[in-house]
Design a protein around this ligand. Structure first.
Ligand SMILES: Nc1ncnc2c1ncn2[C@@H]1O[C@H](COP(=O)(O)OP(=O)(O)OP(=O)(O)O)[C@@H](O)[C@H]1O
Ligand SMILES: [Mg+2]
Length: 390
């Protein structure tokens, strides 16, 4: 009798353990984070589905292999490895690291490594928990850039407004002089000087317009637009010296088609980004020519539907963006172009327009290429659609 009770109690607790195990396994498997258990040699003892899916292998294939090779794409353990630190300190250790997935896909991870002790209090394994923070990072960076832009905008709006009157005075007077050169005693040289004044004033007026554009909330239309057609039309419309030799490739997702946006503003964004790509490619072309190297400039435009958003990428194989400039390129007036070639407002304007559309803009630099990406919601929620443009 006593034995029977004991047996059935054992059976119940066994069942409970099985149930808890199954529950824990389910939690481990369905977690969106990439989780693994590793030993001191960095060998994988367990991995969940998200981990296997990111590594592009089956769970079975991964077990027994090294985490640095399969997940982090390295030939030896990563520098500053949090697993190694957790084994050494016995404490939870953290790290942020980027992983290159394929040629042009970088992902950012936040890793926590938790040591697990065996019976003799010795650390026998470490649980590594990797959270993909790529989207979070991009949203945060855009927020910082937008805030920076807003604070610069308040100051520049005032300056731009005050500068408009004297600039109109300069242009108006120059136009008068050119209308009646004899009356004002202008010879040919004089006319060419006044023409130069007029051109410079026109350039300054355009910069002021861009500045006001940056600092003011502008009226915006909302139209259903075939974004793929807009991309092809705008990218092909760019004619810079030498641009004919640059290959323009399109890889457009047919399922994208109509999105609601302000077409003239999105066109401006496409134009700014593609012009930057083109300038970068042409600069690289000039460098290669000088060094007698073969080079074909390529600009590739891609669109792809991702849930309720459209992702548009512009990839060029131009000169790239040096590390020290990467945090500044969205700042108004930051430009590496020679004087008169660029005002440094292009990307700030893009940032503002994309922000007004509830989207995101970011870039990544790879060894051979630079990729600018725009994420646009298919439906712009705040604005009613008033037209359809195909
Ligand atoms: N695809 C790219 N490849 C390399 N550098 C780039 C690229 N896109 C932008 N940049 C860098 O970012 C800087 C800022 O770009 P932005 O478009 O804001 O200004 P700009 O092109 O210099 O002048 P503009 O006001 O005429 O556009 C550029 O001067 C360049 O150094
Ligand atoms: Mg530009």
């Amino acid at each position: 009798m006593y034995k029977d009770i004991k047996d059935s109690a054992n059976e119940t607790s066994c069942e409970q353990i099985q149930l808890s195990k199954a529950e824990l396994e389910l939690i481990f498997d369905v977690a969106p984070e990439c989780i693994c258990v590793v030993n001191r040699d960095h060998r994988l003892l367990r991995v969940n589905k998200s981990y296997a899916s990111f590594a592009g292998k089956s769970i079975k294939e991964l077990l027994g292999t090294s985490c640095y090779r399969c997940f982090w794409g390295q030939e030896k353990p990563c520098e500053d490895c949090p697993v190694e630190r957790a084994f050494n300190t016995g404490e939870a250790e953290f790290r942020k690291k980027a992983v290159l997935r394929g040629k042009n896909d970088i992902r950012y991870f936040e890793t926590c490594a938790f040591p697990v002790c065996g019976e003799s209090d010795e650390i026998v394994r470490v649980i590594e928990y990797n959270k993909d923070i790529t989207d979070e990072k991009r949203v945060f960076e855009q927020l910082v850039r937008s805030e920076k832009l807003a604070s610069i905008g308040i100051m520049t709006a005032g300056i731009a407004h005050e500068m408009n009157n004297p600039l109109s005075g300069i242009s108006g007077t120059a136009v008068n002089l050119l209308r009646m050169p004899e009356k004002y005693g202008l010879n040919e040289k004089g006319i060419s000087r006044v023409t130069a004044i007029l051109e410079s004033a026109a350039r300054a007026t355009n910069i002021m317009k861009d500045l006001l554009h940056l600092s003011r909330k502008q009226d915006s239309s909302n139209t259903l637009v075939d974004i793929n057609s807009l991309l092809v039309k705008t990218v092909n419309a760019i004619h810079l010296g030498g641009a004919a030799d640059v290959r323009r490739k399109f890889d457009l997702d047919d399922s994208v088609r109509l999105i609601s946006c302000d077409p003239s503003k999105i066109e401006q964004v496409i134009l700014n980004i593609t012009t930057n790509c083109m300038q970068s490619v042409l600069e690289k072309h000039a460098l290669c020519m000088a060094e007698g190297k073969e080079y074909t400039g390529i600009i590739e435009v891609m669109s792809v539907l991702e849930d309720d958003n459209v992702l548009i990428t512009f990839t060029d194989n131009g000169i790239g963006i040096p590390e020290e400039n990467r945090s500044k390129i969205f700042d108004p007036f930051f430009s590496t172009r020679s004087a008169g070639q660029g005002t440094g407002l292009g990307l700030s304007i893009c940032l503002k327009i994309i922000g007004e559309h509830g989207g995101r803009i970011y870039f990544e630099c790879y060894e051979e290429s630079t990729v600018f990406s725009i994420v646009l919601p298919r439906e712009r929620k705040s604005q009613p659609v008033n037209k359809i443009r195909l």
